[in-house]
Design a protein around this ligand. Structure first.
Ligand SMILES: CC(C)(COP(=O)(O)OP(=O)(O)OC[C@H]1O[C@@H](n2cnc3c(N)ncnc32)[C@H](O)[C@@H]1OP(=O)(O)O)[C@@H](O)C(=O)NCCC(=O)NCCS
Length: 199
C-alpha cells in the first residue's frame, strides 16, 4: 500500500528518473531523449490545483507518479485534462498504478473537470487494463503516428467522462430536435463575450 500525495518540487528528481526510465526503455512515451530536472520544471509548474501531479510513496521512496495536464490552452477545453501515469520499474504489477489512478480521478472530479483523456502508445496491455478498470472507454486509434526503436506505432485514445448522463452526441441530437437538457454551468471557467444582438 502506498501513500498517495501531491508532488512537491523536491519530488521532481524522482518523478524525472521514473519518466526517463520509460523514455529509454519503452514506447509508453514518444519522448526519445532523457530529460533533466531543469527541463522538467516548466512541465511541473504548469500544473495547479485543478491539474495535480501526485506521487505514490512507499517507505519514503517515490515509486510512481500521475498527472492531469491541461489538454489545451484554448479556454473552451478548460474542463478537459490528459492523464499520465508512470510506475517505477521493479514496482509495477503490484497495484501502485491502480492506487494512483483512483486518487487522481477523485482529485479531477473534485476539481470540476468534466472529462479525462489518455493516449496509450504502442502495445501496452497493463496501461489499457488499468484505464479500462477505471472506466475509460476506447474512443479511437491514431494509426502509425509514432516511430520509436525503428517501429511504427499506433496511439490508442481512451476517455472517461465524469457523471455523464447523456453522451454528447445525444445532446447534439436532442438540441436538433428542440429538446434541451439542463447543464451545470458551475464548473465552466470560460466566459465568452455574449454574441452581439443583431441590430
Ligand atoms: C502502466 C502502468 C502505469 C500500470 O501500473 P501498475 O502498477 O504496473 O499496474 P497495477 O498493478 O495497478 O495493475 C493495473 C492493471 O494492469 C494489469 N497489469 C499490470 N501489469 C501487467 C502486465 N505486465 N501485463 C498485463 N497486464 C498487467 C493488472 O492486472 C491490472 O489489471 P486489472 O485492472 O484488469 O485488474 C505501469 O505498468 C507503468 O508505469 N508502465 C510503464 C509506463 C507506462 O506504460 N505508463 C502508461 C503510459 S499510457
Amino acid at each position: 500500500m502506498s501513500t498517495i500525495r501531491r508532488a512537491a518540487t523536491k519530488d521532481l528528481a524522482a518523478v524525472t528518473e521514473i519518466y526517463n526510465e520509460a523514455i529509454l526503455n519503452s514506447v509508453a512515451t514518444f519522448d526519445t531523449e532523457p530529460k533533466t530536472v531543469e527541463e522538467q520544471k516548466p512541465w511541473f509548474e504548469s500544473h495547479d490545483s485543478k491539474h495535480p501531479v501526485l506521487v505514490a510513496e512507499q517507505d519514503g521512496v517515490v515509486v510512481g507518479w500521475a498527472s492531469l495536464t491541461k489538454w489545451s490552452d484554448r479556454c473552451a477545453y478548460s474542463d478537459t485534462a490528459e492523464l499520465s501515469i508512470y510506475v517505477k520499474e521493479g514496482h509495477r504489477g503490484r497495484g501502485v498504478g491502480a492506487e494512483l489512478m483512483k486518487t487522481i480521478l477523485d482529485e479531477g472530479r473534485k476539481a470540476g473537470l468534466h472529462t479525462i483523456i489518455a493516449r496509450i502508445a504502442g502495445p501496452n496491455e497493463a496501461s489499457v487494463r488499468l484505464h479500462k478498470s477505471a472506466g475509460f472507454k476506447h474512443i479511437g486509434t491514431m494509426r502509425e503516428v509514432g516511430r520509436k526503436f525503428g517501429e511504427l506505432l499506433d496511439v490508442r485514445l481512451m476517455q472517461k467522462i465524469y457523471g455523464s448522463q447523456f453522451p454528447s452526441q445525444t445532446n447534439v441530437n436532442a438540441k436538433r430536435h428542440g429538446v434541451s437538457f439542463a447543464i451545470d454551468q458551475s464548473s465552466i471557467n470560460c466566459n465568452p463575450k455574449p454574441k452581439p444582438k443583431p441590430k
